[in-house]
Design a binder for this molecule. Sequence first.
Ligand code: C2O
Ligand code: CU
Ligand code: CU
Length: 470
Amino acid sequence: MTRPSYPTALAVAALLAACGDHGDHAAPPAVRGVEPWRGSFEAVVATDLDPAADVVEVALEARVADVEIATGHHVSMWTYDGVLPGPTIEARAGDTVRVRLRNSLPEATTIHWHGLRVPNAMDGVHVVQAPVEPGAELTYEFVVPDAGTFWYHPHVRSDVQVERGLYGAIVVRGDDEPETTTDRVVVLDDVLVDDTWQLAPFDDSQAMVGRQGNVLLANGHASAAVEIASGGLHRFRFVNAANARFFRLALPGQTLVQIGTDGGLLEAPREVSEILLVPGERADVLLRAGGAEGDALEWKTLSYERGHMTGAEPDLPIFGTTLGAAVDAAPAMPASLATIPALPAATVVRELTLEESHDAGGHAGHGGGSPVFSINGASFPDGAPLTGVLGAVEEWSIVNATEMDHPFHLHGFRFQIVDSVPAWRDTINIPAMTTVRFRVRLEDHPGRWMFHCHILEHAERGMAGELIVE
Ligand code: C2O
Ligand code: CU
Ligand code: CU
């Protein structure tokens, strides 16, 4: 991977002056400070309604609910079962998962199982299923083949429905999980609220960089904190459910050990000082929390320029972590984790170019019209689907020809980035003006699979495509 250096402050100032302040170039809204959250930190876990050991059955009602996202601030959101994030679905690799969805929202919806390799008919996208109308029900059922951290969200009007709060985590455990003191999900998000603390209107000026919020949420709450035992080995499964925000995660003063990516465990733990988590992406992190009882640590998202002045934001706190009483005994840091066989050379090579433009009235990136996004010249659903052969190994070059980063996601399969640490991925950043290559085996599941930018405003405005595998 190659990427040009960041623009200097002077160049940025010049760019800002030249652009004026069209909606699509406004600096991101300032994130609000709020009172500390005193309630629980943990996401609610879904109840398994099926007594069989290898079947997990969950009932989810999509409905409007008031959610206290920050102390004293109740926001009318769209939720699964009235909670934010939606209930975490827990299963073991190989289990059958059955989810009965009841739609009590004012509009049609679906559920997509992001990262789970499910049969095509269960993928929750409009090309394979009719959306579930208000008042209707639908049951999704599939086997979960892989251990890892995944998530679920609608795939119709996803820019609006996910921002309103429709998302939840899925944790699939395997036979060889590392032993840890704790194991928790942390779903990250941001929402844009107005002066009355309700969700701000959705409008096209948010489309260029994606709707970036002014309240940061960890498991549905701003300014929350979790207590963990000092000296323990703690596992955090991060999910980025934001429409557009890139979380550049760091815990100042502590060493993070990444053990997993989108598609499960790495081969071995890796010490890192920070993790860039793009929309849709997951990371599993171990923390050996050293320090005295009562010490307070703070997870932050560091300033990151992904294009269009987004780097003007300062480093921001996300949630706190306080150290409780020390553990008597803590598991050792695992030496190795999983085996990830390298994919063989590809028999099919493709190049996909990500592009942005405006529909009228100006040159690309600076015009007056609404932004339009495309891949290889076609704005989805225009353009012919790609076709692939079941079982083939393909190599895809994703060329980002735009001046901002785009997180690229492929449904149905997991892939490996070429010339990188062995890892299974389904959502990766393609930095501005950069090309990233990955290999994918089109295994097990024929059908119509989508790929798209996971900045949801971009996906809904054409930066998407379809791969037909048969
Ligand atoms: Cu998480 Cu097609 O999406
Ligand atoms: Cu997906
Ligand atoms: Cu994008």
